[in-house]
Every structure is written in structure tokens, then in C-alpha cells.
Design a protein around this ligand. Structure first.
Ligand code: NAP
Length: 259
């Protein structure tokens, strides 16, 4: 299926690796020109070169911490006139409720709530003026089924979910859609880090921690960045213009509810 977005321009935040890269690659495969971002310049440049070579699209790479005002300014300076925004950043660290103080919450809110809101506020008006735009936020299964050790993530991402629910409907008549993609367990560096923490806490090997995590997924495996990216590209497509304010869960069946 032709997704109808060839020649469009997208900013994909936190996209040198993992799910952000999966989204960037899937958009590039549809002929979308990209602005990529990550903090580490080396991995970012390697990803940008690989995508240019594989898909022949224009790729601008901006090394910056997207959760800071300076980082957002650097990315926004090259993002004028973009059609597609995918927000993403690293997730907060795991812990216990007793670990989290005001500074930890502020850091999580900055990364996973206020950064996407700042980017949406900066880029949405021009999309509305042009009558077409797509915004996808990478959030988490944690907004549907909170994960106890990820309390900082549960809290910040629930805030973004509420924001998107309202704003997406306020702007729906303008041709701009805003939706959230909720990853369940996907095989990325983030998951490897969580396996390491689990292994250390419970005195088992990282492999054992990984196997017990896989056992929670009815699909019997972790999701891939490619599968996640394909869902993102569809949400960003011309075909998905009637999808407004939705939270789409990609979790291999792990969430046990009917809806
Ligand atoms: P990942 O494999 O660790 O990749 C994170 C990517 O974001 C890297 O390219 C990283 O590059 C970049 N990044 C991190 N912090 C950044 C920042 N402040 N500014 C700019 N770039 C930044 O993580 P992932 O698994 O793709 O996860 C993406 C998001 O989905 C995270 O918020 C995560 O919590 C959430 N999530 C993931 C899963 C899962 O199973 N993987 C499940 C639920 C939710 P640099 O480090 O070089 O900056």
C-alpha cells in the first residue's frame, strides 16, 4: 500500500537507535525526508548515513539533548515547514516509590511530558495553516497498565496522554492528527538495561531475567523496532486522517483486557 507521504518532511526525536530509529526507517522507506536526533553524535551520524544509503532520502542529523531548551531550539531551527513530528526521548529510571523526590519527577516531566508538549506547541500552528500534519508520540504501555518500578514513567506519560486527548480534538478539524503509540516489550537497548536492573535486584542472570520477561508476552517474543516503525508510518500516512487522539498499544497481547 502506498501510504501517500512521499516527499513529506519529518522530525523524529531520539532516533539514532531503538524505536525512534524504527519509526525513522519506516518513514524513509515511504520516501519521507528526515530530521534525526540523538545525544551521541557518532551513533546518530551512523544511523543518518545508513538511512541515506538505504532509502535515498534527505537526512539532517542534529546531535542534541531533546529534553533541554537548547536541544529543542537546535532541532526546531531546522524543522520549519515539517509535515510529521514523532516525539520520543529516553525513559526514566526504574525504582521504588520511596526513591522519587521532586527533582526526579521534574526530570521525568521534562523528558516525557513537557518536551513533547513544547515541540507540539512549536510545530502544530504551521501544520494547521497548511491543512495537513501528523504527530505521533511514543509513550508506553505504562499509561494503560502502570508498571510499578516505572512510577516516574507512569506519572509523566499519563499527563501527556491527557494532554493529547484534549488537544487532538481541538485541532482535529485542521487536517492535523495527534495520536500516541504505546510500546509494550520491544527488543532495544532500553529493555536490555531493564533486564540488567532486574537481574541485579533478584540475583539471577540477565538471560534468566530476559526469559521471564518474554514469558509475559502471549506472542512469545519481544516486538521489533521495525514492527513499531511500520505502525508509526501508517499513523503518519495519508490513509490515517480519521484516527484522532488514539492510544495504540503494540504489546504482543500482554495487556489482558478486551479493549
Ligand atoms: P533505546 O533503545 O534506549 O533508544 C533511545 C534512543 O533515544 C537512542 O537513540 C538515544 O540516543 C535517544 N535518546 C535518549 N535520550 C535522549 C535525549 N534526551 N535526547 C535525544 N535523544 C535521546 O530506547 P527505546 O527502547 O527505543 O525506547 C524509546 C522510548 O520508548 C523510551 O521513552 C522508552 O522508555 C519507551 N518504551 C520502550 C519500551 C521497550 O520495550 N523498548 C517499552 C515501553 C516504553 P542517545 O542515548 O545517544 O541520546
Amino acid at each position: 500500500m502506498d501510504l501517500g507521504i512521499k516527499g513529506r518532511r519529518a522530525l523524529v526525536c531520539a532516533s539514532s537507535k531503538g524505536l525512534g530509529r524504527g519509526c525513522a526507517e519506516a518513514l524513509a522507506a515511504e520516501g519521507v525526508n528526515l530530521i534525526l536526533n540523538g545525544r551521541g553524535g557518532e551513533a546518530l551520524e551512523a544511523t543518518a548515513s545508513a538511512i541515506r544509503a538505504a532509502y535515498g532520502v534527505e537526512v539532517t542529523a542534529i546531535p542534541a539533548d531533546i529534553t533541554t531548551e537548547q536541544g529543542q531550539s537546535a532541532v526546531l531551527a531546522v524543522s520549519e515547514g515539517i509535515d510529521i513530528l514523532v516525539t520520543n526521548a529516553g525513559g526514566p529510571p526504574p525504582g521504588m516509590w520511596t526513591d522519587w523526590g521532586r527533582d526526579d519527577f521534574i526530570a521525568a516531566f521534562d523528558a516525557n511530558l513537557l518536551t513533547p508538549i513544547a515541540l507540539i506547541k512549536a510545530l502544530l500552528p504551521a501544520m494547521m495553516d497548511r491543512g495537513w500534519g501528523r504527530i505521533v508520540n511514543i509513550t508506553s504501555v505504562a499509561v494503560k497498565a502502570p508498571i510499578p518500578v516505572l512510577g516516574l514513567s507512569n506519572t509523566a506519560r499519563s499527563g501527556l496522554t491527557g494532554y493529547v486527548a484534549g488537544v487532538s480534538r481541538q485541532v482535529a478539524g485542521s487536517g492535523v492528527t495527534i495520536n500516541n503509540l504505546l510500546p509494550g516489550l520491544h527488543d532495544t537497548d532500553r529493555l536490555a538495561m531493564l533486564d540488567k536492573v532486574d537481574a541485579a535486584a533478584s540475583g539471577v542472570s540477565e538471560q534468566a531475567a530476559r526469559e521471564s520477561r518474554v514469558a509475559t508476552v502471549p506472542a512469545g517474543r519481544f516486538g521489533t523496532a521495525e514492527e513499531f516503525g511500520a505502525a508509526c508510518a501508517w499513523l503518519c500516512s495519508d490513509k490515517a486522517g480519521f484516527v484522532i487522539g488514539q492510544n495504540i498499544l503494540l504489546d504482543g497481547g500482554a495487556f489482558p483486557g478486551a479493549l
